[in-house]
Ligand binder design. Sequence first.
Ligand SMILES: NC(=O)c1ccc[n+]([C@@H]2O[C@H](COP(=O)([O-])OP(=O)(O)OC[C@H]3O[C@@H](n4cnc5c(N)ncnc54)[C@H](O)[C@@H]3O)[C@@H](O)[C@H]2O)c1
Length: 341
Amino acid sequence: MSKRLKTAVIGCGLIGKRRAEQAVKHEKTQLDIVVDINLQNAEQLAVKYNCKSSASWQPIIDEVDIVIVSTPNALLTNIAVSALEKNKHVLIEKPMGCNFEEAKLLFNTAKKSKGLFKVGFNHRYHPAIQLLKTWLNENKIDEIINIRAVYGHGGRPGYEKEWRGDKSLAGGGELIDQGVHIIDLINWLMGKLPEQVFALLQNKVWPIAPLEDNGFALLKYSKNVVACFHTSWTQWKNKFLLEVFGKKGAIIVEGLGKSYGQETITLYQNKLGGGVPDQQTIAFPDQDLSWSLEWQDFVDCILRREPFLNYAQEGLQVMQTLQALYKSAELNQMIACNEVL
Ligand SMILES: NC(=O)c1ccc[n+]([C@@H]2O[C@H](COP(=O)([O-])OP(=O)(O)OC[C@H]3O[C@@H](n4cnc5c(N)ncnc54)[C@H](O)[C@@H]3O)[C@@H](O)[C@H]2O)c1
């Protein structure tokens, strides 16, 4: 295909700018229009990339092939559904809507659309995470028995006044924010969603009640494989840690580059005679390629006309898991994921 796919970015904040850069750099896409309710944000980006700008998204959908939606969570669904109904390809930022109901609406609309649909889960495309998946497929540590993860940052002054501190705009607190990345990664590594979950939520520092600034989750998969994670807005020094334990070793991913520290992966393989396991560590350069790799994957799938329903399905399962976690925290009891269907 020689023609470039025309792309619009709706929501020109932190993430919209990153997505815009990818649309400009990719040889098969071009950035046509950037949209932000705060026109100044859109205009700045339009000047940088020599494209059009607009303060409203409704009139511009017809002009493009791909719509990237990177607004606060509460606006994602409405914009994405409208674009899918017009058979546009849609990449929306995580989470897949503000709750499971919105995710179902997105999934059902994606099923009927000729456009391809993907939720932005860029963490899957970090090189250490890609290698983790490869090593698991190569059976380097045998069957997974349990998984542990930590993901967090410490917010910034005035964080409570941003849209993430407002339930009507965010849908939830830290669990729906960084927690969805961890849920997505664990479900993806497991190849399924958990059977049962339990969660405890805290609100200790940020004045954002009823939203949580810390979430603790326990996920029970079939064959009694257990995963747990802690996601936090009071992790004063940014941290990302994902530990996968198998019957014959472990794989540990730490860091995501930059403020999260160098991205590394370590493989521990047990020795037949016991003792200290063999250890191999790989460190990756401090360059976040996840955005360009995710965009490459998205565009490849559009060009190959591959249906994106597997991505939509996985996004839906993340929201189902999340819904069960919130319900568990509310009722203070273990919840079967099927209970929230
Ligand atoms: N993948 C990741 O790691 C990651 C990281 C951060 C945020 N996100 C997601 O990206 C999305 C945006 O987050 P952000 O940090 O860039 O937020 P942000 O506040 O920096 O940017 C949001 C932008 O959307 C604009 N906006 C608000 N209402 C709009 C409307 N009706 N039409 C057009 N524009 C509108 C705002 O003016 C703002 O410029 C969220 O869904 C968030 O969950 C993903």
